[in-house]
Design a protein around this ligand. Structure first.
Ligand code: GLP
Length: 232
């Protein structure tokens, strides 16, 4: 879907996720690029989030992750690759700068996102209310545990905060593609796609999006069959 969108519009503006789930998606993009079938030369990317308190060149940052899985292998122009700057001292200013850059680029054409086991998208954590714009987030313990693999397996080393794109920017993307794999995501995928729309499961807000697609493997989709049977 993303490759097709890039071929149709070489100036595509992409929202991109991190995590283990999208690694095979990035590998596929790299493969297509290497076979000469995908040109990123004029594509613009905006990542969903970044940890705060890490140096700009910290190998554990999402910026470094993006370089490892995609940037190092395709012809993305560095001036068109955007992540929130987690090392900024004035996070409010940085959040405004990031949102303005997204607006100037014309908004996100396709936002590819993952889902946290607690239903978060980007780092929009379950809460009574969600922020529409880029903002500072205090990470839930479960989110720090889920990201420990980037920090030598030690959750306490994971930064306590992150800057995340807001739910408004994600929902304004022209198309949203939600990726989920593995049995550990089955329950939350079922709640997000078939449960009530609630800020307690941020991904459930995608149910009101006009053009949202969930791409699931069988294990992640297992709870959907159960949900359908329950309601039948
Ligand atoms: C992180 C990211 C999210 C991502 C989630 C799921 O917390 N901030 O954007 O969707 O992890 O990660 P994984 O794919 O490793 O399960």
């Amino acid at each position: 879907m993303v490759a097709r969108a890039v071929r149709q519009n070489p100036r595509l503006v992409l929202g991109l996720p991190t995590g283990r789930t999208p690694e095979s998606f990035y590998h596929a993009l790299v493969r297509m690029h290497r076979r000469g079938r995908l040109d990123f030369g004029r594509v613009t990317t905006f990542n969903l989030d970044e940890f705060t308190g890490l140096a700009a060149d910290d190998p554990r940052s999402y910026r470094a992750y993006m370089h490892r899985v995609l940037g190092a292998f395709v012809n993305l122009s560095t001036s068109r690759v955007h992540l929130p700057d987690g090392s900024a001292s004035d996070w409010q200013r940085e959040a405004r700068r990031y949102d303005n850059a997204i607006v100037r680029a014309g908004g996100l054409d396709v936002a590819v996102i993952g889902i946290g086991a607690n239903g978060h998208i980007g780092f929009n954590e379950p809460a009574p209310a969600l922020e529409a714009a880029t903002h500072l987030v205090r990470l839930r313990p479960e989110s720090r545990r889920a990201n420990a693999y980037l920090f030598g397996g030690r959750p306490q080393q994971v930064p306590t905060h992150a800057l995340s794109m807001g739910i408004g920017t994600i929902l304004r993307a022209r198309t949203v593609v939600l990726l989920a794999t593995g049995q550990a995501k089955a329950a939350i995928v079922a709640r997000a796609l078939t449960g009530p729309v609630t800020t307690r499961v941020p991904a459930s807000l995608l149910q009101v999006h006009r053009s949202a697609v969930a791409v699931l493997d069988r294990s992640a989709a297992a709870g959907l069959a159960a949900a359908a049977t329950d309601s039948a």
